[in-house]
Design a protein around this ligand. Structure first.
Ligand SMILES: C[S@@+](CC[C@H](N)C(=O)[O-])C[C@H]1O[C@@H](n2cnc3c(N)ncnc32)[C@H](O)[C@@H]1O
Length: 201
């Protein structure tokens, strides 16, 4: 297969083979970034880099990570294409591994792999399989997220009705002073929920 393209408003990106193709969850995140110019943003699991590019276009200073080598190469290509290398730094690694302990952000975003699926499943894909219950990768992310947040920071986190969003909401409430559903949309086989959590405890 050859690379394809994805579009959000007037931004288009190349999507390489083996990299998550931006979809409704990606666009929900892009619609709700609410960037203040100069804001420092960390995106975990950037895929082809579209969310990071939307954030940079709105004035954010971004570090975007992914564990997948294909995603890293793809995101670097799109960042160069849009000439945002001064605003977006791409780093490879598992969750917060590529982030130094002294780096703190005002906005953290993650559209995680959130569908139930394990490595034993023939259809397993690390871009969207989040573990047996679907939320295991998200839980590992939540274990460490507050270490990298500024005092008044916010978190935007995508979840699906297929992987017990109430369970994750409960965990968010332990970690943040306020937790809201920023947007919720029904699609043909799932409901997507975008949580916004503010002010780490
Ligand atoms: C659902 S895709 C979202 C991609 C992109 N942010 C978007 O919204 O279109 C999840 C992404 O997270 C990456 N990912 C999965 N597990 C990860 C982990 N443990 N650490 C870092 N990235 C991870 C995948 O490689 C994939 O690119």
């Amino acid at each position: 297969m050859s690379p394809s393209a994805a579009f959000y408003e007037d931004i288009w990106v190349v999507v390489d083979d083996g990299v998550y193709e931006p979809a409704d969850d990606t666009f929900m995140l892009c619609d709700n970034l609410g960037i203040t110019p100069g804001e420092t943003l960390l995106e975990i699991g950037t895929g082809c880099g579209l969310v990071a590019i939307v954030a940079a276009k709105a004035g954010g200073q971004v570090i975007a990570t992914d564990q997948s080598e294909a995603a890293i190469q793809n995101a670097k290509k799109n960042v160069a294409l849009h000439k945002y290398s001064n605003l977006i730094e791409i780093r490879q690694g598992n969750l917060f591994e590529p982030i130094r302990p002294n780096e703190k952000f005002s906005l953290l975003v993650f559209n995680p792999p959130y569908l139930p699926g394990t490595k034993e499943d023939p259809a397993f894909d690390p871009a969207w399989s989040g573990g047996n219950k679907g939320y295991e990768v998200t839980e590992k992310f939540l274990d460490h997220c507050n270490q990298f947040l500024q005092a008044k920071a916010r978190l935007l986190l995508v979840q699906s009705s297929l992987s017990d969003p109430e369970h994750i909401k409960h965990q968010l409430e332990q970690l943040f002073h306020t937790v809201d559903v920023k947007e919720e949309k029904a699609f043909f086989f799932e409901r997507l929920i975008l949580f916004e959590a503010k002010i780490p405890r």
